[in-house]
Design a binder for this molecule. Sequence first.
Ligand SMILES: C[S@@+](CC[C@H](N)C(=O)[O-])C[C@H]1O[C@@H](n2cnc3c(N)ncnc32)[C@H](O)[C@@H]1O
Length: 168
Amino acid sequence: MAIGLIILAIVIWCFGFVLLSGAPYLPTLKKQIKLAFDLADLKPGDTIIELGCGDGRVLLAAERAGLNVVGYELNPILFIIAKLRTMPYRDKVKVVFGNFWRKKWPQAEAIYVFLLPRLMDKLDNKIVLEKLGDIQVISFAFKFPKRQPVYEQDGVFIYSFKGPKIKS
Ligand SMILES: C[S@@+](CC[C@H](N)C(=O)[O-])C[C@H]1O[C@@H](n2cnc3c(N)ncnc32)[C@H](O)[C@@H]1O
């Protein structure tokens, strides 16, 4: 009984504390994952970053599309699940534990997010500050308040960020 309560408290804490720095866990639907990769202008060998990769389902879809992918996850339970699910593809899929706001992002052609409306402006500023050059940003469900998407369909928004690149 006591062990059960401790486990429950740990699980609640893992899913709850993420709210302090990001969005709660909710997976992107299969249909929208497919749509996101259909709409984005990506080719095999490109790299995509997923900010808050949940259980790894988008990472797996990216791998199936021939992409290299780096996912960040702050919830330790989801991080372990994503890590285990993508283990067979670890040459192309990297799962990083931690807060993506505080990480140095790699060079990439695209970013995938499913966050919260209140975080979209902060994310816009962070992407600009990262100086990743021209990069596509795929957002499921939520728009950037100050930008126009280049495509939008069924809750999938594709943005084209233009800017200087300082990373090699
Ligand atoms: C709405 S879910 C989306 C999950 C996944 N991207 C998908 O579309 O299926 C948001 C995810 O981001 C994670 N997250 C939120 N804030 C984070 C942060 N600051 N750093 C890393 N992960 C974060 C949450 O734990 C959760 O798994």
